[in-house]
Design a protein around this ligand. Structure first.
Ligand code: FES
Length: 115
């Protein structure tokens, strides 16, 4: 199965998030974050109106780094599973993308980008 390398794992520090545009479309279609040591990757799509979450490059988290935030209407999502706990899409969730961590790299299986 083919994978695309998103970044070095050590480039994603605790409480940080980073957007990626692996298909070269000019906008970040997914983002990765590290929360309590674990990396997660989500599609950059708010379940409320299916728009990107961030207000500028790589700003996916609240100021304290504890929540994923959609800046359109302030929805908050748990970083560990993407569940919306506050806002207009409460009860819905971000789409998790399965990733791999290999030889210090964060990899994403290409098959997920085709959906
Ligand atoms: S579009 Fe995300 S909260 Fe409305």
């Amino acid at each position: 199965m083919g994978c695309v390398a998103l970044c070095r794992l050590d480039a994603l520090g605790e409480g940080q998030a980073r957007g990626f545009d692996p298909q070269g479309r000019g906008a970040d279609s997914l983002f990765a974050l590290r929360h309590r040591g674990r990396v997660r990757v989500y599609r950059n799509l708010c379940p409320h109106l299916l728009v990107p979450l961030e207000y500028r490059k790589d700003r996916f988290l609240s100021a304290d780094g504890q929540w994923v935030v959609c800046y359109a209407h302030g929805a908050r999502f748990r970083p560990e599973d993407g569940a919306c706990v506050h806002g207009p899409c409460r009860g819905e969730a971000l789409q998790v993308l399965v990733h791999q961590e290999t030889d210090g790299w964060l990899l994403l299986p290409l098959v997920q980008l085709e959906r």
